[in-house]
Design a protein around this ligand. Structure first.
Ligand SMILES: Cc1ncc(COP(=O)(O)O)c(C=O)c1O
Length: 462
């Protein structure tokens, strides 16, 4: 039955016939049909039958202000009525861009000179990839182009962004990665630590691997290193202490740019404005998206240092134009919503709220560390993961054929909680930043129920 308050009657079967669903096992979906979400209220969303779910992922790590922020709806409506569209090409600009850029520069975690807009994290990371080439060509170093990216990185799905990502299904059959991307390990001790290796030894080994990789490729050919402060879609991987300090020392030694992908972590997810502050990073470019607009309107951006900007500007003068931009770069609707989102973060002190409530989530989830299905609990701020394991003591995962994480997700959903399973039976949590302690308690209760159900089911076949 359709919710009469929504303008659309969304029949799941019709959707299955015509919609190609992203990141879905399509044959399974043809049989089971999608979950149709029709309405949101605070941290909850409602399906077409009126069932409520706590959105434990804020959608795709993005709806920071929940699903019913009236101030954003009002800002959007005002902008639609004033100037619904204009562009930023050839010296023009829609009005709200200027105020947004000023606000974003104020928010920047390290001094940044320019902001270049796009419409998705993928596009902005693709742009970063292109600018690395542009910059080094302009500086007379055409051989310095390779980009080092990490296993399990997620930087998006456009050609360069997917190539920089380190997840097998993003490459298989797409003929990716493209040449010029070099892979190193990700800093996940639980999965990749050697027997008996401690955090310091692990960090030293990864630093050595990075330096060896640069020397093997030739430092004169390596242009940039790209990293998420906390790897999200690859499994919510929190780097061990000292990891980024070691990495950055090596990048500096070989004159390698540091591209920091803050698409998930930007604007408060980790309890500080940016992961750059949490891990004391010195980026040359920063990608942001998602929580920039609380995801209410698509928008992303790339922050650039003055040094990079000056090189680009000189080149545009030499060739006649900076030959890059999207029809919707700096779209006025997105600008108005982003500006209002940043105002709300400031007015409501959203980051202080994250600092206040996040221990409830982190400590609450860590209570499941001794559950017989849980191998590792990890997280920071309002992002976290439970990694399920067949034999937690030996860090032995379940076989993929069992779909244990997927089963957990369906049970959580039955209990009114939406979470996401990542490869390796990792259950991810990334709720809206506005979540309260009482709502976190409800979320944790539903996790407990789903874990119990999953254990009972595992016992039927193990
Ligand atoms: C760290 C990171 N970078 C980039 C992207 C790609 O963003 P989009 O899906 O907006 O293209 C994502 C998406 O989840 C992400 O998590």
């Amino acid at each position: 039955m359709s919710d009469s308050s929504t303008p659309f009657s969304l029949a799941g079967q019709s959707d299955v016939r015509h919609h190609l669903h992203p990141y879905t096992q399509l044959r399974q979906l043809e049989k089971e049909g999608p979950l149709v979400i029709v309405r949101g209220e605070g941290v909850q969303v409602f399906d077409e039958n009126g069932k409520a779910y706590i959105e434990g992922m804020a959608g795709l790590w993005c709806a920071s202000l929940g699903f019913s922020e009236q101030r954003l709806a009002d800002a959007a409506s005002r902008q639609m009525a004033t100037l619904p569209y204009y562009h930023s090409f050839s010296g023009k600009v829609p009005g709200p861009v200027t105020a947004l850029v000023e606000a974003m520069i104020r928010w920047a975690p390290v001094p940044m000179a320019r902001v270049l807009f796009a419409n998705s994290g993928s596009e902005s990371n693709d742009t970063a990839f292109k600018l690395v080439h542009y910059y080094n060509n302009a500086r007379g170093r055409p051989q310095k182009k390779k980009i080092i990216a990490r296993n399990k990185a997620y930087h998006g799905v456009t050609v360069a962004a997917a190539s920089m990502s380190g997840i097998a299904t993003m490459h298989q059959h797409f003929d990716l990665p493209i040449p010029g991307v070099v892979r190193v390990s990700c800093p996940h001790l639980y999965q990749y630590g050697l027997p008996g290796e401690n955090e310091t030894q692990f960090v030293d080994r990864l630093a050595q691997e990075l330096e060896d990789t640069i020397l093997r490729e030739g430092p004169e050919t390596v242009a940039a290193f790209i990293a998420e402060p906390v790897q999200g879609a690859g499994g919510v991987i929190i780097p061990p202490p000292g990891y980024f300090a070691s990495v950055q020392a090596i990048l500096k030694k070989y004159d390698i740019l540091f591209l920091v992908d803050e698409v998930i972590t930007g604007f408060g997810r980790l309890g500080q404005a940016f992961g750059t502050q949490v891990f004391d990073l010195k980026p040359d470019m920063i990608t942001v998206a998602k929580m920039l607009t609380s995801a209410y309107v698509p928008m992303s951006a790339l922050y650039l240092t003055d040094e990079i900007y000056q090189t680009i500007a000189d080149t545009s003068a030499a060739v006649g134009v900076f030959g890059h931009g999207y029809t919707y770069s700096g779209h006025p609707l997105a600008c108005a919503v982003a500006l209002e989102t940043l105002r709300i973060y400031e007015a409501d002190d959203t980051i202080a709220h994250v600092q206040q409530v996040s221990p409830r989530l982190q400590q609450g989830l860590r209570k499941f560390a001794t559950h017989p299905l849980v191998g590792e609990v990890r997280g920071l701020g309002l992002i976290a993961a439970l990694e399920l394991a067949d034999d937690p003591a030996r860090r032995k995962p379940f076989g993929v054929q069992h779909g244990v994480g997927a089963y957990f997700v369906t049970r959580a959903q039955a209990h009114g909680l939406i979470v996401r399973v990542l490869a390796g039976d990792v259950i991810a949590f990334s709720p809206p930043l506005i979540i309260t302690e009482a709502e976190i308690d409800m979320l944790l209760e539903r996790v407990q129920l789903a874990l119990n159900d999953t254990l009972a089911w595992v016992k039927t076949w193990r």
